[in-house]
Write a protein that binds this ligand. Sequence first.
Ligand code: C2E
Ligand code: CA
Ligand code: CA
Length: 570
Amino acid sequence: MFNDDAYFRFGNLIGYRDSFTDTALTNEKLVALLQQAIKSSNLILVCFDDKNRLTYANARAFEMFNVTSSESLEKVFFNWIETYSSNLEYSNWCQVYESIDGEKVFDITCQHIKSAEGKLRSSIYIIDECVSNVSGRAGALYRQMHDPLTGLLNREGFCHVVEEYRNQHKLDRGAHYLIITNIRDFKLINQIHGDKFGDSILKTTGRIIKSLLYADDIYGRLYADKFAILVPEKNFDKAMYHSMINLIRSQITSEKHVLRLQAGVYKMDTMMDDVSAMCDRAMIALNSIKSEDPVTFAFYDPEMMKKAITEKIVVTHFESALKNGEFRIYLQPQMNQHEELIGCEALVRWKKDDITVIPPNAFIPVLEKSNLISHLDAYVWELAAVKLREWKHTEFRDLYISVNISPRDMEFMDVYEVITGIVKKYDIDPGKLHLEITETAIMRNPATVSEMILRLKDDGFIIEIDDFGSGYSSLNMLKDIRADVVKIDMGFLRKSENEDRSRIILDSVIYMAKRLGMYTVTEGVETPQQFRELNSMGCDVYQGYLYSKPVSIMDFEKKYSRIYKSEKII
Ligand code: C2E
Ligand code: CA
Ligand code: CA
């Protein structure tokens, strides 16, 4: 009648799990045990065949639903029960029932028994009253501590139960894990498939968590798609969590949507931290996940906290720093084949005070993550335009300035409108403002970006593909994107075991770009030898420490001003 898994589940349910030893219970013993348990407890038991026809119900079931016939019981029961995800073999959840003597909360366990071929044979529901009067004090407390959607503890309930557990186990030496799970792009799923679909994902996730975890694990839904679980080390088994997460995915992933799940894990050796600190750390681990894999776990380490603090500082101070003019552009020269200055790249720096200059790698990824990068980029483009206007009447009139466009800019502003607006405002030649777009930005949305590139080119801007060769789809992209310049990633120049191969690729890319009618810029040129080699390959433009690091505008103008030099000589 039962498969092995069912023994285990029911054993767990009626409290015999711990007595499971090598000598497993026989069928007969288990059935007798179950009968005894059902008789002596207040549990409600209903069983159905594969067509959902009632095969057994105990007296408590008829009492609960206030019916006398099997047909009525079937009808009332299936009207009440939430049967989505009925393909789950075992699930457990809470649900409210409104009987004649008021609303009550029930804990429901459902086991589907299947044949060896996987065909449904019967379904058993065990229903336990957990809050007898929802409108009374116990009910109020229940509602305060529980999430109505999943029936699990809510944030308050989870914190309360963990706090109590912590007080009891303060002196215990055992380690614990706090796990927070996240459904990737959950907001998007809601937007695309509707809230109802989103809700059913959360309910199924809640059921599976409830069904698979041990009695002494504590779990709840903190908010939205974030479920939290506190597990003593003895119960923690990464493989089990992997299977749990895979089970959730298999229940929800459909042709309509492929679900990706992530978990942040904080391991603590003692239970000294308070609950919110534990959750913060698990959240930090969760937020560190960059992988696009369908299932990813990240374990907290203290470095993550340092990074999170830096990120917080960046995000908090960004707007005021922008207003205070703390962001400056540094210029790095670009040389032609004769090593003459022809233009430069504007690279942003955060100059907090006279001494502290923060490099872009410390804040650009944070601003990209927090959707603030477009504010900074638009500001940098404007600084470049201001400089180009100033240069119009100086010896630098022929130089261009190359600016960077972040992949995320396209999501948060109309890049075309902003750039053309700036050029008009400062009355500069669009050909003097080169636009660097990375391969990644193009690949995110090739159709839109390629259309935008065409419009910008029509207006006279020069478009460069930045970091070429560092992404995954370089060649295919070159086919469709009509840029003017290929800016070859400096990775090809770095010292490595594969130098000879790098050289062959460099040579081919330069040759190919030429045949496609594009110029090539190589960045990261550090030695005269590199210059000579690239020159012999036909590279058009050179940028790198060989000529100069990015320097402040003042230093750039000083270094390259003939007037300044001649004054100095005099
Ligand atoms: P990127 O656009 O690839 O810029 C080139 C980076 O390489 C610059 O780093 C530059 O200082 C460095 N570099 C140049 N020549 C050499 C060399 O010979 N050797 C070595 N080792 N490095 C060299 P930087 O200024 O730290 O910028 C890092 C990245 O930050 C940039 O990479 C770019 O992706 C981003 N970035 C900088 N400014 C902006 C900006 O205004 N907007 C956006 N969205 N990103 C920016
Ligand atoms: Ca660049
Ligand atoms: Ca680059």
